[in-house]
Structures are given as structure tokens and as C-alpha cells.
Design a protein around this ligand. Structure first.
Ligand SMILES: Nc1nc2c(c(=O)[nH]1)N[C@H]1C(S)=C(S)[C@@H](COP(=O)(O)O)O[C@H]1N2
Ligand SMILES: [Mo]
Length: 559
């Protein structure tokens, strides 16, 4: 009973001391780029937990965001992941408080001055040391490339002190709440009234709670302020890069396409700020472009180390309009976007290295520990496979892979590393980051079609017949295989052909439109597509794992 009550009090004190601890770590992160342990812990768990568990978490998250319309998937998922990191860390703190209180209650029968601090140091070591080592591995370890972090030594000293203060505070809180019985000589003193003691305890917990709340709110608030400043910096970066960019094409290549999108269809060319984003880390890797090198080595006659400038100036640039999709994108999800990619043909770059005859794969490695293999024969056949250094006419944004990412037509994003630092030319294939975790090794994009809008507001009278028509529209996409036909079905009737707008390129989605002869009432609209070579879209429902979602998209509307 005594121990249980101490355990519960310890959990509460753990919560009250760990919340401000997190806030202070966050503030230090924002103010002085000191590593933020909760995110490092979450990223580490992402690496070491079995692929199955991770996949179930990601899938569950994407489904929940999609089903409950929680907003744009990439950023919502990041927010949820960040919260999972915080809550995991908080749970560790609560457990530490509970453990310390229960252990002291059970074992130190006669606490004295010495025992006020020492158990706290023990807790700081037991909990802090592993967390500091994990953080060190994630932020400073081999393959990590966060340039905007405090020097490793400073960070380690800071974290060690921070955990010590936290641990000692826990232990002192215990001593304050469960004081030692008065020393032996005071024989005649009456035992303190237990009601008075309980009152003291409550008073202390209230004071501690107040201080905890104040530090947490102030720390998190100031940290948030600093973070929003950083966000504004990113917007300014985009703006400056736009202004500095030379050749912005005047218009899109299909500007004079005959078919206009139904009003309310998503933008055919995704604004850069809205491009979806998926990374294995809580925060994008930040690479200093001036220091960065691309190392190509392995089974080549001439290993090279190229600067960004080498890539830009030595090889002819290529432009390609590309629709990128994540394999975790559910049918009609928003993990799919289109922009213009600029870079150099990978085969041109490889030609300068003298690839040896036995080589068959490229092992592409990234600054964040991500990696994938690319079939060398594919690269030699397809000049579209490129090392990409620009999106939308400006240097890649940090979150999208600055300074270099690869483009491989027809493959889901998981096959296309960002933040590339190294290409090893090899004889044997190595399973990629997500392939190791159970996803499709080829990851060819599935054909998909989506209804974006039933534009009742844009209903119009057909000039020929006078009958009302309602434009319906959306996208269809089949990787680099093209879309030859899109069909719409209303209320389980006949499949009827939609009109196709000429796409931006053969590797982007196609905008379709169907002007439906309006009829009042509740209706269900469904869409399907046919690939360039006549292969129909797979209509059977399949979830994203392991090869990408399939199934028909349908929506119901009352008009
Ligand atoms: N280095 C690295 N490359 C990566 C990833 C990553 O986490 N790290 N994620 C991949 C996945 S799963 C996708 S869907 C795309 C997303 O690219 P984007 O975030 O620029 O849209 O990047 C791919 N390349
Ligand atoms: Mo992805």
C-alpha cells in the first residue's frame, strides 16, 4: 500500500518534472541547435523496430488522417510522429519517477541528507545515458548529416547536465514528500500528525505543478516563436531563390490543351510549398551545399567526387515534368504531386567513371541513412533517370533532398533517395530501406484514378440540347506508362468515356473531365482508367502494403 501510493505519486512527479524538461530541451534546440532527445528517440525507434510494426503504424496513421479528413497527409503525419516522440519521452519520465519513488519507499527506510541526491544521480545515469547515446547515434553518428547542430562535445555536456538536474530534482522531490522521521535524540517530540503531513504533501505537489506548468508553457512558447521564425526563413529562401533563378519557362507545355479542367480540380502543377513530403526522420537533413560531394566508387575505373557545381556545369541539363507518388498513398490520397525536375542524366555521369563489366547495380546512399539499389541496365537504357538538383526551377528545398536526389520514372518515391551522398557501383543488389521493411522491391507505380470534384456550382446548359450538365473532374496516373482512357460511372450504370486533357509530360498525371447530364437526387460517381498500352486499372481493392493501393474511387453527392 505504502509503495503503491509512492509509485503513483512518483508517476505524477515524473510527469511534472519531465514536461518542463522537454520544454527546456526544445527551447535549447530552437535557440542553440542543441539536439532534441524526444525526436532522436522516435527516429531511433523507427530504425530498430521491426518493419512490420513501423508499417502498421504508418498505415494506421495515413488511414486515420485520410478517413477523418485531418488535413494534408504529409504534414499531419509529421505532427503526429513528433507527438509520438514527445509522448514516448514523457512516458519514460513518468516511469522513471514511479520507479524511483517506489524503490526509495521500499528500500531506504531511513533516508538522510546523503540519500537526497545520490538516487537522483543513479536515475539520471540509468535513463539519461541510454537516451544520450541514442541521440548521439542519430544526430552525430555515422551517416548522420545534420549540419545545423551544436558541436558534439557541447551537446553531450549539455545533455548530461540536463539529465542530472532532472534526476536530482526527482530524488529531492521524493525527500521533500516523504521526509525522514525526526532524528533519534528527539525522544519526547510527538510524532507529526499524519493529516498535517498529508496537507504538506498536497501543498508541495500543487506548488510543483504550478512551477512545472509555468516552465513548460514558457519554454514551449518561446521555442515555438523561434521555430516560426525559422519557417519564415524558409519562405524567404524560396522567394529569394525564385528571384535569383534565370530561366523560368513562360508557361506550362500544355498551355493550349483543348480540354480545360473541371472547376475545382486540383492544380495540374503542384505549388512547390504544397508538394507532399515523406522522410524517415523527424527533421530533414540539412546539408551545406558548398561542402557536399557526390562520391561515385566501387566497380569503376575512375572513382570520382563531384561538387554540385561539377554536376551543373559539366553535363547537359534535362527538364522533366514528373508526378511523384508515395507507395503509402491510399486510393485518392494526397501523397502525390507534380512539379518540374531538373538535373543530369545519370548515365552521362557514369560514362565518365568507366563502369566495369561485372557491375550490375548502383547502391545509392543518403545523408539520413536511407538507401536504395538501382538496376544499372535500367539506367543505361533510360536517359530520363537523372540526378536531380532543381525542382520548379530552383535548387531543391532542404526537405525535398537538397542538394541532390534521383529520379526514376515509373517507380514509387520509396525507390528514389533524396540527399544523395554516395553511389557505389556494385555487382550485387542490396535491399533498400523500405524493401528491408517488407515493401515491394520493384515498387512500380500502380495505375490510379481519382474524382477531385463534382462541380455542381459550375453547372451549365448544353448549347446543343439545352440540358443541364455538371462538370466532374480529377486525375488519372499510371507512372510512366501513360493513360489512354478514363471512364466514369454514375449510380452503377454504364462506364462512359471522359475527356482527357493533354498532360504536362508522359510522366505526369492526366487531368480528365466528364460533363455529366444532370439529374436531381443522390448519386454515386465512380472512375477508372486504362493505361497507355490498354491494360485496365486494377479494380480490386488492395491496401498500400506491400505494393501500393489499388481499387476504384467513388464519391456520393446529393444534388
Ligand atoms: N534520403 C531519403 N530519401 C527518400 C526518403 C527518405 O526518407 N530519405 N523518402 C522516400 C519516400 S518514401 C518518398 S515517397 C519520397 C518523397 O519525396 P518528397 O518528400 O520530396 O516528396 O522520397 C523518398 N526518398
Ligand atoms: Mo514514400
Amino acid at each position: 500500500m505504502r509503495t503503491t501510493s509512492a509509485l503513483l505519486t512518483g508517476a505524477l512527479v515524473g510527469l511534472m518534472l519531465t514536461a518542463p524538461f522537454i520544454a527546456v530541451l526544445y527551447l535549447a534546440d530552437q535557440a542553440a541547435s542543441l539536439p532534441f532527445v524526444p525526436y532522436a528517440l522516435f527516429d531511433w525507434l523507427g530504425r530498430v523496430l521491426p518493419g512490420d510494426v513501423i508499417t502498421r503504424v504508418i498505415d494506421g496513421m495515413v488511414t486515420v488522417i485520410h478517413e477523418f479528413d485531418l488535413g494534408e497527409t504529409s504534414s499531419t503525419a509529421k505532427t503526429i510522429e513528433n507527438w509520438m516522440g514527445l509522448l514516448t519521452f514523457l512516458a519514460v519520465g513518468v516511469a522513471a519517477g514511479a520507479g524511483l519513488f517506489a524503490a526509495r519507499r521500499a528500500f531506504d527506510a531511513r533516508p538522510d541528507e546523503r540519500t537526497r541526491t545520490a538516487p537522483g544521480v543513479v536515475v539520471a545515469i540509468l535513463v539519461g545515458l541510454p537516451l544520450i547515446l541514442i541521440t548521439r547515434h542519430i544526430v552525430y553518428g555515422e551517416g548522420a548529416a545534420f549540419t545545423e547542430v551544436a558541436p558534439e562535445g557541447t551537446a553531450l555536456v549539455w545533455l548530461a547536465l540536463a539529465f542530472l538536474v532532472w534526476g536530482i530534482a526527482l530524488s529531492r522531490a521524493y525527500s521533500r514528500l516523504y521526509p525522514a522521521p525526526a532524528a533519534a535524540p528527539v525522544v519526547s517530540a510527538p510524532a507529526p500528525d499524519s493529516a498535517v503531513r498529508r496537507l504538506n504533501r498536497r501543498q508541495f505537489l500543487i506548488e510543483l505543478g504550478g512551477a512545472s506548468a509555468a516552465i513548460t508553457v514558457i519554454g514551449a512558447g518561446v521555442g515555438e516563436l523561434l521555430a516560426s521564425r525559422e519557417e519564415r526563413d524558409l519562405e524567404a529562401t524560396i522567394k529569394a531563390r525564385r528571384e535569383a533563378a534565370e530561366a523560368i519557362p513562360a508557361g506550362l507545355p500544355n498551355a493550349d490543351a483543348a480540354v480545360e479542367p473541371a472547376p475545382g480540380t486540383r492544380p495540374e502543377y503542384t505549388p512547390l510549398e504544397d508538394h507532399y513530403r515523406i522522410d524517415i526522420n523527424s527533421r530533414p537533413v540539412e546539408i551545406d551545399g558548398a561542402e557536399w560531394r557526390l562520391r561515385i566508387h566501387g566497380r569503376v575505373d575512375q572513382p570520382v567526387e563531384l561538387t554540385l557545381d561539377d554536376l551543373v556545369t559539366r553535363y547537359a541539363p534535362r527538364d522533366q515534368y514528373v508526378t511523384l507518388a508515395c507507395i503509402s498513398n491510399p486510393v485518392a490520397g494526397d501523397l502525390i504531386s507534380t512539379t518540374r525536375w531538373t538535373g543530369v542524366s545519370l548515365r552521362d555521369v557514369l560514362a565518365d567513371t568507366g563502369v566495369q563489366p561485372e557491375a550490375a547495380y548502383l547502391l545509392v546512399r543518403s545523408a539520413d541513412g536511407f538507401h536504395e539499389s538501382v538496376d544499372l541496365a535500367l539506367v543505361e537504357d533510360d536517359p530520363r533517370i537523372m540526378l536531380t538538383y532543381q525542382w520548379d526551377g530552383i535548387a531543391l528545398l532542404p526537405q525535398h533532398g537538397y542538394p541532390l536526389r534521383i529520379y526514376i520514372p515509373d517507380r514509387y518515391g520509396m525507390k528514389q533517395p533524396k540527399w544523395i551522398t554516395e553511389i557505389e557501383v556494385a555487382r550485387d543488389e542490396e535491399a533498400g530501406y523500405w524493401v528491408e521493411r517488407g515493401w515491394d522491391a520493384v515498387a512500380q507505380m500502380r495505375a490510379t484514378s481519382v474524382i477531385d470534384v463534382v462541380a455542381a456550382d459550375a453547372a451549365y446548359a448544353d448549347p446543343a440540347t439545352g440540358a443541364m450538365r455538371v462538370p466532374i473532374g480529377g486525375i488519372a496516373h499510371a507512372g510512366a506508362r501513360g493513360v489512354s482512357r478514363v471512364e466514369v460511372r454514375v449510380d452503377g450504370g454504364e462506364w462512359t468515356a471522359a475527356q482527357l486533357r493533354a498532360p504536362l509530360s508522359e510522366t505526369t498525371w492526366v487531368i480528365w473531365r466528364y460533363d455529366w447530364p444532370f439529374a436531381e437526387g443522390e448519386h454515386t460517381f465512380a472512375v477508372r482508367c486504362v493505361e497507355g498500352d490498354g491494360t485496365p486499372q486494377i479494380e480490386e481493392r488492395a491496401s498500400t502494403k506491400p505494393s501500393g493501393a489499388t481499387g476504384i474511387h467513388s464519391v456520393s453527392r446529393t444534388l
